[in-house]
Design a protein around this ligand. Structure first.
Ligand SMILES: [Zn+2]
Length: 484
């Protein structure tokens, strides 16, 4: 009898877009071997070269992590559901203030629907007023989280961000409005939160969170709400929460799927108990590359705000030890058990990480100063949009391979380009004419650089990457096309 394996969104390009695959085997290991026998491109995503399951991929049988069962030897039968859960590109009595602040008559009226709840009441509302919450990021997750926390009467809200509001943010980042485009997110957020509730003290920190400032900053707050969208910052937030002893209301989003949990409470698991190491760069696309349903951060960010309020109030059953997975397309919530790993490098019994490290290096991220998009002219493997245009006008012949997704190609494109999405390059490269110079192109030049490397790896001798992608093509060559 076959067993069902649920395939998460980031891996579906390798299973012909299937979200569930039936596989045969008596154990988890046999099932996975059967899976990669049929979908060979998955092997590299699930196993390292020495044949071990990768540490950023967790396998669950029903709601149990196989690391706490019999690992890959865990038996499976008909009716069991096996889930592949890869990492995706976010207590009580917390507020130990001896004397809680009083509420003004205006605040009593404002919070009246809280005050009549036995679980909140006057003392709970005063605890909220005394509480300090730090939101990392004023973007998709930080928007609903900060707004609901401000509306609920959390007394001090810190915001860390250094970004500027862009038109493409407004599809989901509801802290900001159309007139805010071009302003800093912090200035925009502060105005919005004060308009919502002038009683809230909004503290803005216009800086990138770093190993140098995180511990000192976290120490000033009671709960940290992780709204980051990249792995270096996510591991930094996790480790700093553990080291500073602050709970982490975690959330992350990808296309139509979200995750939420609470990490780093006393005795509770942390993000590294789940994923000790980040995936190598490039294996997991970011939201900018993969897209995200606008309402999704609204749901996940609101869950993070809910958990934060419960931590402050010391009420209810928190997400500590539980990993919540939400699928917006199916409108389905699933829940997995999460345990503290005694071997965890940060929160385990014998931690090896005792100070904050260089998280860019840990996650294998290269410095951006050397990004080809920053240089005016091309190198031997790059071609700028202007150079390409001049060559095309001269009559030079190229194959321009657009490696974005169909939805992106429908927004804008270079006239003579052919569309082969990055995930399909390994099995479709035979469609590309090897006699011509190949120019790989995407939105900004990152995915196309990966595509160019793949093509060179399978023997294409003349492959160039279009520096800055379609965005720079529009800037420099064809301003008539829309940007996204
Ligand atoms: Zn841990």
């Amino acid at each position: 009898m076959p067993t069902t394996i649920l395939i998460p969104t980031p891996l579906r390009p390798f299973t012909d877009a299937l979200d569930a695959v039936e596989a045969n085997g008596q154990t988890v290991g046999q099932l996975l071997q059967d899976l990669i026998a049929r979908y060979g491109a998955l092997r590299n995503h699930l196993y390292s070269t020495d044949g071990k399951l990768r540490s950023f991929v967790n396998i669950y049988v029903n709601d149990e992590d196989i690391r706490y069962l019999q690992k890959e030897a865990t038996p499976v039968g008909a009716g069991d559901t096996v889930s592949i859960i890869p990492s995706v590109a976010g207590g009580s009595g917390l507020v130990a203030t001896p004397v809680l602040p009083e509420l003004s008559p205006e605040e009593v009226r404002r919070y009246s629907r809280h005050l009549i709840l036995p679980e909140v009441g006057m003392d709970g509302q005063r605890a909220l007023k005394a509480a300090k919450v730090l939101c990392i990021g004023a973007g998709g997750l930080g928007s609903p989280a900060a707004m609901y926390l401000a509306a609920a009467g959390v007394g001090t809200l810190g915001l860390v961000d250094f970004d500027v509001v862009d038109l493409s943010n407004l599809q989901r980042q509801i802290l900001h409005g159309t007139p805010d485009v071009g302003r800093t997110k912090l200035a925009s957020a502060k105005d919005r939160l004060h308009a919502l509730n002038p009683n809230v003290h909004v503290e803005t920190h216009e800086a990138a969170l770093s190993s140098a400032n995180a511990l000192e900053l976290f120490g000033r707050y009671d709960v940290i709400l992780d709204g980051t969208d990249n792995f270096p910052t996510r591991y930094l937030v996790n480790d700093a929460c553990v080291l500073a002893g602050r709970p982490n209301a975690y959330g992350s989003i990808f296309r139509f799927e979200g995750q939420a949990s609470v990490f780093a409470t006393r005795g509770g698991p942390c993000y590294r108990c789940l994923y000790p190491e980040p995936p190598p760069p490039g294996l997991v696309p970011s939201c900018a590359e993969a897209g995200v349903l606008g309402v999704l951060p609204g749901i996940i960010g609101t869950i993070q705000a809910t958990e934060t309020l419960k931590l402050i109030l010391g009420t209810g059953e928190s997400l500590v030890g539980r990993f919540l997975i939400y699928d917006a397309l199916r409108m389905r919530f699933r829940e997995l058990k999460l345990r503290r790993d005694a071997e965890c490098p940060v929160c385990g019994d014998h931690p090896t990480v005792r100070t904050l490290i260089d998280y860019d290096q840990f996650c294998g991220v290269q410095g951006s100063a050397t990004s080809p998009a920053d240089t005016g002219t091309s190198s031997g493997t790059e071609i700028t949009p202007l150079e390409l245009k001049l060559a095309l006008d001269r009559g030079d012949r190229f194959v321009i391979v657009d490696v974005r997704e169909l939805q992106e190609y429908q927004i804008n494109r270079i006239a003579s380009s052919v569309l082969i999405p990055l995930g399909e390059i390994p099995r479709r490269h035979a469609e590309i004419d090897r006699e011509l110079v190949v120019v790989c192109q995407c939105k900004s030049g990152v995915r196309s650089a990966k595509a160019a490397a793949i093509l060179r790896g399978v023997g294409f001798s003349r492959v160039l990457n279009l520096t800055g992608g379609i965005l720079r093509w529009i800037d420099d060559v064809d301003p008539s096309q829309p940007k996204y």
